[in-house]
Design a protein around this ligand. Structure first.
Ligand SMILES: [Zn+2]
Length: 294
């Protein structure tokens, strides 16, 4: 292990919250206790060992044993939902050396530790951001880590590049005890979900709700109420959930991406998204509310 100080300094020790994020070069100092979230596209590297054979993220020592540490091209240290870890990008073979395996990020939800799914998604988001902000978007200078914040800065012009978050609304619209669900062209196997759309410059979240529902479904809504929010790392979206009631109009699909839409009761729902997505939380809210005869 490299004991020398690096341009970025060492990563914080476990439990140190002063520096929850940090870029470091491949030879940077690493605390061997923390898990390494090694990504190849949308796959996460895991190792299967221990008593119950449950896959877990490798440590730096595991990567050495697998011969993969030197193959990692980009590192980032972060604390995601309480999990201090390293994110790394690797160009590794389709079949990693045993006992390692690749697992799709979305399939990590039920694996320990509890923050793994979110941390791995955040790792993907931040590694993409590092790749996209290598050079300054304003003058073309080579960016460097900014001091003390999650940002990259251009030494030539001072421009700061932060990880991009895209706010989007997602809305459960109810009419006479039935929920509006639609199927998008890219959804798998008949999956239906509540309507969602990105916020445009100049809009409040509520204005986005009204515009999206009008554009996508041809109806107007009332009683728009905040439900909750969720960072969705795979798209860099900050999803903001709302509930609303149908006010006027009949369904007319206005988005080429939507292939069908309808009103569904709690007992006749089509296939819907899995937990922990906010769309599923909204659908579960509807099911509880309207199964009780409210
Ligand atoms: Zn610049």
């Amino acid at each position: 292990m490299d004991n020398q100080s690096t341009a970025n300094g060492p990563l914080p020790p476990a439990g140190d919250e002063r520096l929850p994020f940090h870029e470091l070069p491949p030879a940077g100092i690493m605390d061997e206790r923390h898990p390494c979230l090694i990504l190849r596209g949308r796959d996460l590297l895991l190792v299967r060992d221990g008593v119950d054979n449950t896959p877990r993220p490798p440590t730096a020592a595991d990567l050495d044993a697998l011969g993969l540490r030197s193959a990692v091209t980009r590192w980032y240290g972060l604390c995601a939902r309480g999990l201090t870890c390293y994110a790394g990008e690797v160009a590794a073979p389709d079949t990693p050396p045993a006992p390692a395996l690749w697992l799709g990020l979305r399939d990590t939800f039920h694996l320990p530790p509890p923050a793994l799914f979110w941390a791995a998604g955040q790792a993907r988001h931040l590694l993409d951001w590092l790749a996209e902000t290598r050079f300054c978007g304003r003058c073309g200078g080579e960016n460097r880590p900014a001091e003390g914040e999650m940002a990259r800065q251009c030494p030539a012009c001072g421009h700061l590049a932060y990880p991009r978050l895209s706010p989007a609304v997602i809305v459960a619209v109810v009419r006479d005890g039935r929920l509006l669900l639609a199927r998008a062209r890219h959804f798998r196997l008949g999956l239906h979900s509540v309507l969602a759309g990105y916020v445009e410059p100049g809009e409040s979240l509520e204005e986005t709700v009204h515009r999206e529902i009008r554009e996508e479904a041809g109806i107007t809504v009332r009683d728009v109420s905040y439900f909750g929010s969720q960072y969705w790392p795979f798209s860099g979206a900050l999803m903001v959930g709302f509930t609303a009631a149908h006010a006027s109009g009949e369904l007319v699909l206005g988005d080429a991406e939507l292939v069908e839409a309808g009103w569904y009761g709690p007992d006749d729902l089509p296939p819907v998204p899995k937990p922990p997505s906010l769309s599923r939380q909204l659908i579960d809210w509807f099911t509880v509310q309207y199964s009780l005869g409210k």
